[in-house]
Design a protein around this ligand. Structure first.
Ligand code: S3P
Length: 448
């Protein structure tokens, strides 16, 4: 679990050129869902390319605690022997989801409609995050939740013994909330309907269909209306987890801001609900191309080629793109600092309730390193200093947030002076090979 061990201070120095091939790990969202859906099927689900970051490993442990058998064959190959929809056993002990909001919220959803009780906790970051966004809709199924003030972990969930299906309009753009309700709907009789006004990542819908559930999505005036028929028998699958576009963002953005760079990041899923960053970088004038565009498992996939881009311009990032790049704003704000002019990022209130308040965390570190940032509750604006203009030289707090730590490490690769973070240990939650992979491209990173 991150954030409980010794902090790992890290420093990043001006680097470049970055060259070579960056094989980033498996997708975090799909890895969590592969383990969970495997646990809900009867028989063996085989997973290759699983992200072996702490967040996903905590979900693997949780699935075991609820009665599934999870086997690590090595090299990213795993098997899950599931217990079927409604087959979860009551765990003997507290479920610790570490740093992972996705893990805890999805798992609360899955167990919410079984007659069992489970208590959840996490690290100092997760235990500050809002859970009412999940427990409110779960209450409609008949689930009870008792947590700390403000709906925070540790929290005990008493699953509904006699669940009813629900119709729920998700009030915030959140794939975690949508997914928790859909997973709860699996063990409720009849049809559970989830409506989302803004499209968020749709891995749960795609994967539920892949495991044999009856699920439809309609685009209507109300938004996306997702209808799931409860109590399906899910069929075990073989899943090849694609590489994570959110992790690919770090070598891509590092290449754009370091002189002479040319980096290939192969096999990146460009599902439209995840790819917003890459279109935004192109809009800014980045030398970023999608090579070998193809379809794999029904998803658009490409090899990303990113080259040093000394003439990027600040833009207004379209707010309707926010959900499709929500995890990428921290590293985008770093690229914005190396562009000419202002980059405005609006409609991003959700950034305030991630692993940290990401607007606050990035604004503090950017300012400490000589970059001007204006902010409001749901927007922020970075004034670019041009490719050679970012002073750097300061130490930033990572606030137990992997993406904050990696973003500042990327900043140091292009800044005039080294940039440090107080604690790089959270990087292991999503990108355990970050240091070695960036080092192999030529980045000058060190533990200090
Ligand atoms: C995720 C959904 C997003 C994202 C997180 C992963 C998922 O969170 O930030 O990293 O796998 O469903 P929200 O649902 O809170 O937007």
């Amino acid at each position: 679990m991150s954030g409980h061990g010794t902090p790992i201070p890290m420093t990043s120095h001006r680097s470049g050129p970055l060259t070579g091939v960056a094989e980033v790990p498996g997708d975090k969202s799909i890895s969590h869902r592969s383990l969970i859906l495997g646990a809900l099927s009867v028989g063996e689900t085989k997973i290759s390319g699983l992200l072996e970051g702490e967040d996903v490993l905590d979900t693997a442990k949780a699935m075991q605690a609820f009665g599934a058998e999870v086997v690590n064959h090595g090299g990213g190959n795993w098997s899950v022997f599931g217990v079927g929809v409604g087959g979860f056993a009551e765990p003997d002990n507290v479920i610790d989801c570490g740093n992972s909001g996705t893990g805890v919220r999805l798992i609360m959803g899955v167990m919410a409609t079984s007659p069992i009780t489970a208590t959840f906790t996490g690290d100092a970051s997760l235990n500050k995050r809002p859970m009412a966004r999940v427990t409110d809709p779960l209450a409609l199924f008949g689930t009870q939740a008792v947590g700390r003030s403000g709906g925070r972990l540790p929290m005990t969930i008493v699953g509904a013994a006699d669940p009813v299906p629900v119709r729920y309009e998700v009030p915030v753009p959140s794939a975690q909330v949508k997914s928790a309700v859909l997973f709860a709907g699996l063990n409720a009789p009849g049809k559970t309907v989830v409506i989302e006004k803004e499209a968020t990542r749709d891995h749960t819908e795609r994967m539920l269909a892949g495991f044999g559930a009856e699920i439809t999505t309609e685009e209507t005036e109300e938004g996306r209306v997702i209808t799931l028929t409860g109590r399906p028998e899910l069929t075990p699958q073989e899943i090849a987890v694609p590489r994570d576009p959110s992790s690919a963002a770090f070598p891509v953005c590092a290449a754009l801001i370091t002189e002479g760079s040319d980096v290939l990041v192969p096999n990146i899923g460009l599902n439209p609900t995840r790819a917003g960053l890459y279109y935004t970088l192109q809009d800014m004038g980045a030398d970023l191309t999608f090579e070998n565009m193809r379809e794999e498992g029904g998803e658009p996939v490409a090899d990303l080629r990113a080259k040093f881009s000394p003439n990027m311009k600040g833009i207004e990032v379209p707010p309707e793109r926010a959900a499709s790049m929500i995890d990428e704003y921290p590293v985008l704000s770093v690229v914005a600092a190396f562009a000419e002019g202002k980059t405005m990022m609006a409609g991003v209130k959700e950034l305030r309730v991630k692993e940290s308040d990401r607007i606050d965390a990035m604004a503090k570190g950017l300012r400490a390193n000589g970059v001007t940032v204006e902010e409001g509750e749901d927007w922020w604006e970075v004034t670019g200093l041009g490719i050679d203009g970012v002073p750097g030289g300061a130490t930033c707090e990572s606030f137990l947030d992997h993406r904050i730590a990696m973003s500042f490490m990327v900043m140091g690769m292009g800044a005039k002076n080294p940039v440090s973070v107080d604690d790089g240990s959270p990087i292991a939650t999503s990108f355990p090979i970050f240091e070695s992979l960036m080092g192999s491209l030529g980045a000058k990173l060190e533990r200090t």
